[in-house]
Design a protein around this ligand. Structure first.
Ligand code: BGC
Ligand code: NOJ
Length: 814
């Protein structure tokens, strides 16, 4: 069942009922000011950091779900309704939510009145703008009232749930015409306040939630709205809000627009007050911001800027195939999600609280793979930020804080895959841009400038950390965990409340990871290539020799007969082997070893992938392991803490499905690669939204596996490495346009019925117009490449020529 449809021409997903299975959200903002906004206008807003600088309040786990947002109540006679349906839930005559790229538009109709709210965060400004348009579609004059509503939370969002004995006495407000200022805690150490404004004369306001709602009521039935008159309340402590009342007359057919601006303002210390004695805040910067959106023309201009920005970004990879679902995912939604993961990492979603994890080391490195072609300059900056949290021995803080960019010592280090992801991200950046100067950038260890060394040295330390931390089988030690945060082989946690990620020793001398071994083969080679670029042939040769050793170790002790072993535990027992009672086969080493090329020439790759198909496949995607752990295994940790079928315990972890799909392309099986691609691809499962339940335009982290009662149901949408890896898979391996150090390689691996396709790929500033013909419907193989009329001989890499603007490439598969 569907709850909407894709409007490809406008790059929008159109939701046609407010009653989606779960809130279906969008992200507004591209730089520093962000809003999460759901299809019923729920959500919240923050500046830079959803924990420390959250403007509006949001309650997770609320009942009914998704209460709290930027609402407009419309009182038309005795009927009170909202254009986004919540919070009154008054049935609408019609409803539509259009989630676009960086904006959302909500349109509700009731009793001949149409209300449309268009919300977005303008480029380079710290505010969210909403244009509210009311249209009288009836034959009679209408006299209606509009009440806006936001609830403030501009204090530490953690304290909002813990330290209310203090916060309930702190709230302070100022009101100036139609503009409401939230200045709680500004009297002391804050240099910032928030503002909510409307560009029209108001008929009243409220800033005290208790006055607005009335006792024992909720946002579903505010007393002020029911009575039809604001009380001009000034909040003093308790819960400050902003509500503006507009009384509006509309002739038949008449339309009126109002512009609401929700903004964040910072003042330098010496310009903090307009009147320090009276504690009146300096509103100059707020006035300037509001003036930028004084009229509908201003708003439309800002929206056009935003749309142009996105059109430019997305133009860097555009495909035109016969498969409209592939086109819409590649051209719009997958790249969009990659940008959102760049901005949010794993901090703020409807499943991540915004107050927990900061930026993950491995997460951020992998996210890079999905957006490096879009915003290479910001990718460069991100790489240096990440590398600066590495330790001198090559290990790394597992997370760092977005505001301070410092490593997070609560979680510390010891996740032994982390160092290699830095090589992955840097290599992707250099391949994309050709900018080897990044390798010379003096980059601190542990954020200590006195310990700065060229980035290339960081990569060497990454490489050496793995090469020198091996266990009894010459495989890499796993530490606290590798990519699978829940495979905690050194943890041995027996008491609730202990964190699986930090409890126990950070490293045992025995537990080893075959997955990291596969990574080492892949990124060890990429490291060697970077060494060559730097002219260091000796280091490249040394690296390749280490890679050879690792390859041999995988074949010797990492192969189980029909598939790759997952790990060795702290007793040197196999994990992910036919010898195990449960958890006999894991997805990660099958995908990663094969995509790294391990076992291809020995014929093991094909066997491993056949085992994946036989043992892990479901119609909703490939499960992470089988059989599921049915009881808690002290020696395995969190993986066995989840009930069978969920998360890392035999869920369909969408993140590593593309690894298997890529692995299939490595051995040339385009049909199977594409089959796997489709199973978790949002556009393909839109039709089963009642089962899948999360947004049909973005990937989720996890879909419940075959052992779960709700097999097929997804959780944790938006912020997942799945976005980057699925984009890498479809763009670089299936459609086959892969950036190398010397040029763009074109080597598609498609299903036999995929047909011809064209694409445009901007690479190092040159637009490659690629046309792929597949006359015999082969899955892989290129028989001819013609570049600007000249046939390319002996290679599928189109050499990069900086002086060209456009290059025409004809590719014949066969
Ligand atoms: C989740 C993992 C996640 C980890 C982060 C675990 O509970 O299952 O997916 O990576 O928490 O700390
Ligand atoms: C989510 C985490 O963000 C990521 O770092 C990890 O690799 C996966 N879960 C698997 O555990």
């Amino acid at each position: 069942m569907k709850f909407g449809y894709f409007d490809d021409a406008n790059k929008e997903y159109v939701i046609t009922t407010p009653k989606t299975p779960l809130p279906w959200i969008n992200y507004l903002g591209c730089n520093e000011f962000f809003s999460l906004i759901s299809n019923t206008q729920g959500g919240y807003t923050f500046y830079k950091d959803a924990k420390l600088l959250r403007l509006t309040r949001y309650r997770y786990n609320n009942v009914p779900t998704d209460m709290g947002g930027k609402y407009f109540y419309i009182k038309d006679g005795e009927t009170v309704w909202n254009p986004g349906w919540q919070p009154t839930q008054t049935e609408l005559d019609s409803y539509e939510c259009r989630h676009g790229i960086g904006y959302s538009r909500f349109t509700g109709k009731k009793n001949g009145l149409k209300a449309s709210a268009l919300a977005f965060v303008p480029m380079n400004d710290n505010c969210e703008v909403t244009q509210l348009t009311l249209t009288n579609e009836s034959n009679e004059a209408k006299s209606v009232k509009v009440f806006s509503y936001v609830e403030w939370c501009l204090w530490n969002a953690d304290d909002d749930m813990k330290n209310f004995q203090r916060l309930l006495s702190c709230g302070e407000m100022e009101v100036e015409g139609g503009t409401i200022y939230h200045k709680t805690e500004y009297r002391e150490r804050r240099n910032h306040y928030a503002v909510y404004s409307v560009n029209a004369p108001i008929a009243g306001f409220d800033t005290s939630r208790d006055e607005f709602l009335g006792a024992y009521r909720s946002a579903a039935n505010p007393e002020v709205v029911e009575k039809g008159q604001c009380t001009n309340s000034m909040a003093s402590g308790w819960s400050p809000i902003a509500c503006q009342q507009l009384n509006i007359e509309l002739a038949p057919g008449e339309s009126k627009d109002f512009v609401f601006v929700l903004g964040y303002v910072e003042n330098p210390q010496d310009e903090k007050w307009e009147d320090a004695a009276m504690q009146v805040i300096n509103k100059k910067r707020a006035h300037e911001m509001l003036a930028r959106y004084a009229t509908v023309a201003d708003v439309q201009k800002a929206l056009t800027n935003l749309k142009e920005y996105w059109a430019e970004l997305l133009s860097k990879y555009q495909v035109n195939s016969k498969d409209e679902k592939v086109n819409r995912m590649v051209n719009v939604w997958n790249q969009y999600q990659c940008m959102v993961t760049f901005n949010m990492s794993r901090s703020a979603s409807y499943y991540e609280s915004g107050i927990g994890r900061g930026m993950g080391f491995r997460d951020s490195c992998q996210d890079l793979l999905g957006f490096v072609h879009l915003i290479p300059d910001r990718a460069r900056e991100r790489i240096i930020d990440i590398a600066s949290t590495q330790f001198e021995d090559g290990s790394a803080y597992h997370q760092y804080q977005p505001l301070t960019k410092k490593g997070n010592s609560d979680i510390g280090s010891g996740f032994n895959d982390d160092p290699l992801w830095l090589i992955a991200g840097t290599s992707a950046y250099v391949r994309e841009t050709g900018d080897t100067s990044i390798l010379d950038v003096m980059t601190p260890f542990d954020n200590d400038a006195s310990k700065a060394t060229p980035l290339m040295n960081h990569l060497k330390r990454s490489f050496d950390y793995i090469a020198t931390h091996k266990g009894p089988h010459d495989l890499p030690l796993i530490g606290r965990a590798d990519w699978n945060d829940c495979l905690n082989l050194n943890c041995f946690s027996e008491h609730p409340g202990e964190s699986f990620q930090t409890f126990g020793p950070s490293e045992g001398p025995v537990a080893e990871s075959v997955f990291i071994a596969g990574m080492f083969v892949k990124y060890g080679e990429e490291y060697a290539q970077l060494c060559e670029l730097k002219g260091d042939a000796a280091e490249a040769a040394r690296a390749r020799a280490e890679v050879e050793k690792m390859y041999a170790a995988i074949l010797k002790d990492g192969w189980d007969g029909e598939w790759f072993v997952r790990a060795y535990d702290a007793f040197s027992h196999k994990v992910g082997s036919k010898e195990c009672e449960e958890g006999q086969i894991f997805i990660e080493p099958q995908g990663f070893c094969v995509l790294a090329g391990v076992g291809v020439k020995e014929g093991l790759a094909e066997k491993a992938l056949n085992s994946v198909k036989e043992k892990l496949d479901t119609k909703y995607g490939v499960m992470i392991l089988q059989p599921a752990y049915t009881k808690y295994h002290l020696e395995l940790g969190e993986v066995s803490s989840y009930p069978p079928g969920y998360k890392e315990n035999a869920g369909i972890f969408c993140h590593n499905n593309p690894w298997v799909s890529i692995a299939e392309t490595v051995i040339g099986r385009g049909d199977r690669a594409f089959e796997i691609y489709k199973k978790t691809c949002p556009a393909y499962i839109e039709d089963i939204s009642e089962i899948h339940r999360t947004e049909p335009y973005v990937y989720s982290q996890m879909v419940a596996g075959a052992d779960a009662p709700r097999h097929g149901e997804a959780k944790n949408s938006w912020l997942t490495g799945t976005a980057a890896w699925t984009f890498v898979n479809v763009s670089q391996y299936i459609l086959g346009v892969y950036p190398t150090h010397t040029g763009l390689q074109v080597n598609p691996c498609v299903p036999s019925g995929f047909g011809d396709f064209d694409l445009v790929r901007t690479y190092r500033g040159v637009n490659y117009h690629v046309s792929v013909k597949n006359p015999n419907g082969v899955q892989k193989g290129v028989s001819k490449i013609i570049v600007d009329g000249k046939e390319l001989v002996g290679t599928s890499i189109i050499p990069y020529e900086a002086d060209k603007k456009d290059v025409n490439v004809e590719v014949v598969m066969g």
